[in-house]
Design a protein around this ligand. Structure first.
Ligand code: BGP
Length: 484
């Protein structure tokens, strides 16, 4: 029997947090309701320039003739009651969701929070708890109050740390006892490519290195600040970081390729080295010095980062990556999550509707990598495959989705049982269909639950259980023993 033909992941630990993940910017909608302020993600348009805006190469503008899918998402804002019921029916032990900062502080500058916003999340968290579902809350998932972004140029400014700290303190106090697991920034390493994830638009690429170093440093300091604040509020709080992960493979066994793959992974580990191990690694400091890039360290920053490291590491995993040191070698590029990669010929037959490759064993490699390096608890905060689903007679047959998840659950089971990885939980991405971050489409679907809405935001927004819904319910009920 081959590795992925198994139909049982027996041996999963008791209390494992099975669940699903979503984020305010892609699910919530209700962008101009409940006293919410405008968020910078409300200005990421559909269309050919979407990537230019997202990558921070073009300034986002509010154009009445354009469509901005984050403004409607899957309308969780109006459907959360039934969504929580559906998650409970599947047996979720955990739901990863994010708080929209501008729902709490509409411009980010207020001293007093928006009561309606606080109340909204309170009700959601309470409903989750009533069903025994542990909320895992991302404090910042690709959205900042637009006013802050405009005022400070995003995380380029150190002022952002104070605004973020005030927000974290507010929600930390408001939800004390309701929320125990927190993530500071979604996919923090994505800022290396997508400056807008740091609230930055950089029309002049010449400043790239210095600006990147500055906003990354400020985000690290803010993340450490969140750790300090949340620990002070409640010593039971567990605070994690979140990175876009995926081990890098060398295209050939040429030492140059092996070294390049090592360098790529080291670049990914840089973020967890700072947030989990508490220091900038030597290679990074030397590289910055060589480039003549100044990191805006202030007195005490080094000690502060060392003191307030995270309790656990969470990451998204969609696929491994592949690199080659020689441009002359014929290697195709592949589509993938955030970071570019070459197309891996060994994964060739497993490509999906959006051409993201599938490598379940790569999840085990990735888990082992983090475990061996940091010896901290880990959390798979995102994983999944976006596909085209058809609703027919109220049913959706998404066998490809089940197959993807089954393979990845086998891999994570082996990481736990065979490799001794301390894995807290697994929250597949987009557990209910939502708007895609990269394409802005609704038709790129990850969910166990189908949402009747199209790319234009039209539809009934009614919810339907897919085949994968019943399958995952069985997986959770058997604690992974039954993957059939
Ligand atoms: C990650 C993001 C998520 C989510 C996911 C899937 O990078 O953290 O927000 O969107 O990727 O990507 P996409 O929506 O582009 O398919």
């Amino acid at each position: 029997m081959s590795y992925f033909d198994r139909t049982s992941a027996a041996g999963m630990p008791e209390g494992f947090l099975w669940g699903g993940a979503l984020a305010a910017n892609q699910a919530e909608g209700g962008w101009n309701e409940g006293g919410r302020g405008m968020s910078h993600s409300d200005l990421i348009p559909q269309g050919s320039d979407r990537w230019d805006v997202m990558f921070g190469r073009q300034k986002p503008v509010d154009d009445p003739d354009r469509l901005y899918p984050c403004r409607w998402g899957n309308d969780f804002f109006h459907h959360w009651h039934e969504d929580v019921e559906l998650f409970a029916e599947m047996g979720f032990k955990c739901l990863r969701l994010s708080i929209c900062w501008s729902r709490i502080f509409p411009t980010g500058m207020e001293t007093e929070p928006n009561g309606e916003g606080l109340e909204f999340y309170r009700q959601v968290f309470e409903a989750l708890r009533e069903h025994g579902i542990e909320p895992l809350v991302t404090l910042s998932h690709y959205d900042y109050p637009l006013a802050l972004v405009e005022r400070y140029g995003g995380w380029q400014s150190r002022e952002m740390i104070e605004r973020y700290a005030h927000y974290v303190e507010t929600v930390g106090r408001a939800y004390q006892g309701l929320v125990r697991y927190w993530l500071t920034f979604n996919e923090i390493n994505s800022v290396a490519l997508s400056y807008l994830n740091a609230g930055v638009t950089l029309e002049d690429e010449r400043d790239r290195a210095a600006v990147t170093a500055a906003f990354s440093h400020h985000m690290f300091m803010a993340s450490a600040r969140a750790v300090e604040i949340l620990h002070k509020i409640d010593s039971a709080n567990k605070v994690g970081c979140m990175v876009a992960a995926g081990a890098t493979y060398p295209y050939r066994c040429a030492p140059e390729d092996v070294w390049l793959a090592y360098e790529e992974d080291r670049g990914r580990y840089f973020y967890t080295d700072v947030m989990a191990a508490g220091a900038y690694p030597a290679w990074k400091l030397r590289a910055l010095e060589k480039e003549g890039v100044h990191v805006p360290f202030e007195p005490g920053d080094t000690e502060y980062l060392a003191e307030h490291t995270v309790d656990f590491i969470s990451f998204s995993y969609y696929c491994s990556r592949l690199v080659c040191a020689d441009d002359q070698v014929i290697a195709e590029k592949a589509e993938g999550n955030v970071f570019p990669t070459l197309r891996n010929p060994y994964l060739k037959d497993k490509e999906t509707a959006w051409k993201w490759q599938i490598d379940a064993l790569g999840l085990r490699v990735t888990l082992a990598g983090y475990h061996d390096r940091y010896h901290l608890p880990l959390f798979i905060a995102e994983n999944g495959v976006g596909g085209l689903d058809a609703l027919e007679d109220g049913k959706v047959h998404d066998a490809y989705h089940i197959d993807y998840l089954r393979r990845h659950i086998l891999a994570l089971r082996d990481a736990i049982v065979e490799d001794g990885v301390d894995l807290m939980g697994y929250t597949p991405w987009g557990c209910i269909d939502l708007v895609s971050a990269s394409t802005g489409q609704m038709k790129k679907r990850y969910g166990f639950v189908y949402v009747d809405a199209d790319d234009m935001g039209k539809g009934t927004f009614d919810r339907y259980r897919k085949d994968s819904f019943c399958w995952y319910q069985k997986v959770i009920a058997s604690n992974g023993e039954d993957l059939s």
